[in-house]
Design a protein around this ligand. Structure first.
Ligand code: KIV
Ligand code: NA
Length: 266
């Protein structure tokens, strides 16, 4: 099986072929999405609120994410695996970013890294790319800055639109191979997608991005409660698992499980 690489994603943009990215945090999600043909898997710091039980991505550390990245890279045969750089692990300096990204590439066996931010991140991105590490950018709503942004809010409305375009252009010029746009008005995301020659990956950014990304536990209905507006729920895994757990417990209580076929003879 040939691994998906940057030129494949670039060729899809040029052909106008849209593709889907999903998060993955462990062996089974990686195997299943890889076998389903998802070309890019993101080990997102959304693990904070999908694996580790935090409310936000802010508390997530390199030590949290590294083992998950390694699990996904060793389980996915074809997908490109992108490791998210956690809050506080890259913003201090280009050297800090290189140190962190190197750990994800060497110890996590990642194929690329992702970091949040626009123009301000250009020195970090340039150093990583010069060192041989592919970088995915992330603009619009950036969850690691939610305390500055004042919560989950659409970004790039009104006067902020031109600034968002400038940020995205700066990321491309710095050497990013793709850019995530999160919670951006659809027409603005379309404009950025037109302006950039690298693929744009939308989440809450309308239908005109080159690709889309969703958090897998949102997409498959594993999380509880009402998902954000930009999520489409393709399954009800939470309901399916709850039903399985209740059926198993009932079988144990009634003595229906284990049956003879689950038991060993002398
Ligand atoms: O952490 C994450 O899952 C992400 C995607 C939603 C883009 O950053
Ligand atoms: Na993230």
């Amino acid at each position: 099986v040939r691994r998906v690489r940057i030129p494949h994603l670039q060729a899809m943009k040029e052909r106008g072929e849209k593709w889907a990215m999903l998060t993955a945090y462990d062996q089974y999600s990686a195997e299943i999405f890889d076998e389903a043909g998802i070309p890019v898997l993101l080990v997102g710091d959304s693990a904070g609120n999908n694996v580790f039980g935090f409310e936000t991505t802010v508390p997530v550390t390199v030590d949290h994410l590294l083992p998950l990245v390694k699990a996904v890279t060793t389980s996915a045969r074809r997908a490109m695996v992108v490791a998210d750089l956690p809050f506080g692990s890259y913003q201090a300096s280009p050297e800090q970013a290189l140190g962190t990204a190197t750990r994800f590439m060497k110890e996590g066996l990642a194929h690329a890294v992702k970091l949040e931010g626009g123009k301000a991140m250009v020195p970090e991105i340039e150093l990583l790319v010069r060192a041989g590490i592919p970088v995915m950018g992330h603009v619009g709503f950036t969850p690691q800055s939610e305390h500055v942004l004042g919560g989950y809010k659409v970004q790039g409305r009104g006067d902020a639109a031109d600034r968002l375009v400038d940020d995205a252009v700066a990321l491309e010029q710095a050497g990013c191979f793709a850019v995530v746009m999160e919670m951006v008005p659809a027409p603005l995301a379309a404009r950025v997608t037109e302006v950039l020659s690298i693929p744009t990956i939308g989440i809450g950014a309308g239908p005109d991005c080159d690709a889309q990304v969703l958090v897998w536990s949102d997409m498959a209905g594993l999380r509880g409660g009402k998902p954000p507006r930009f999520v489409k729920k393709y399954a009800d895994l939470r309901g399916t698992l709850a039903e399985a757990a209740r059926a198993y417990a009932a079988d144990v209580a009634s003595g229906a499980f284990p049956a003879a076929e689950h038991s060993f003879e002398e």
